[in-house]
Design a protein around this ligand. Sequence first.
Ligand code: ADP
Ligand code: MG
Length: 346
Amino acid sequence: MFGLGIKSAFSDNIAIDLGTANTLVYVAGRGVILNEPSVVAIRSKGGVREVLAVGDKAKQMLGRTPESIETIRPLRDGVIADFVATEEMLRQFIGRTKSLVEFVRPRILICVPAGATPVERRAVYETAMSAGARKVYLVEEPVAAAIGAGLPIDEPKGSMVVDIGGGTTDVAVLSLGGVVQASSIRCGGNAMDEAIIRYVRRRHQLLIGESNAERIKIEAGSASRAVNGEAAEIVIRGREIREGKPKTVVLGPQDIAEALEGPIEKIAEFIQHTIEDLPPEISSDICERGIHLSGGGAKLAKLDQELERRIGIEIHLPGQPEQCVIAGSAAILQSLKEREHLLIKP
Ligand code: ADP
Ligand code: MG
């Protein structure tokens, strides 16, 4: 019966990182038990929409569906673009968690983007309530990311967190436990994938899809053209534009760095402008303390070095940037009383 005490005290608490690319669910005492793409496959028939799959299964269908089936990322650009699909996705993920852990009515903490509108916050809140939560807490994503990155956010000192997700890059400045400034651009991992698609088409007259582009980025991507050590190469197959014949090309990290130059420059400039617009005390705190990265997009090889080179401020990259938000949410969940001031109203 070892551990039962802990289980009964905490295990009906869950935290959810509802991302544009991936949704993670953490269960107190158990860890992250679900990590799936934020994708929904929908079939439309005679004006009726029916959800076919959610998560991993739906992502496998991306780019491979007949006309009657659509795969959508309901949160693609960091806003809830499709309320019904978001709701269904959240409901299914909560349902799966409940069946895995045998909960009845958990308390749920959910992260919402710092720029979410009151309507969006309310929608997330209502959905979680209607999916069977006993209580729903909302927290702003950058607050969770900063705690997950180990930043002492309650101090009267500015910290900056840059979260590079799928649809967006979110820059937030925190001080005294709150968000001083938050802004977001629609340029993240998906924009990198699209830049690879365009590059391969322009340079090699080859058509590739989104999933293929993402794989190229993850396996052989680099943010910097400088080569050192062994470079991974990747063989890609696709359809040649003019004749439609199958074609194979080999790409190395330097090619991909060239392809990714646009989105990386955009992200670096965005961070730089955000810093320039800050009150001088806070910007000097950040120059001193450095910038902390989070999000799956931060895993692009050499991105930290390249941003440091362009911005001129030290960049910190945690070991598992894609888990910062959920780790911070878990920490908040574990000491809800002491961290109550970090919660926001639905
Ligand atoms: P979100 O919070 O928006 O759901 P995530 O933080 O989960 O997004 O990050 C997803 C993005 O990270 C995707 O665009 C994915 O391709 C990208 N990504 C994941 N791993 C890597 C990697 N090793 N290199 C580059 N990009 C990566
Ligand atoms: Mg995220």
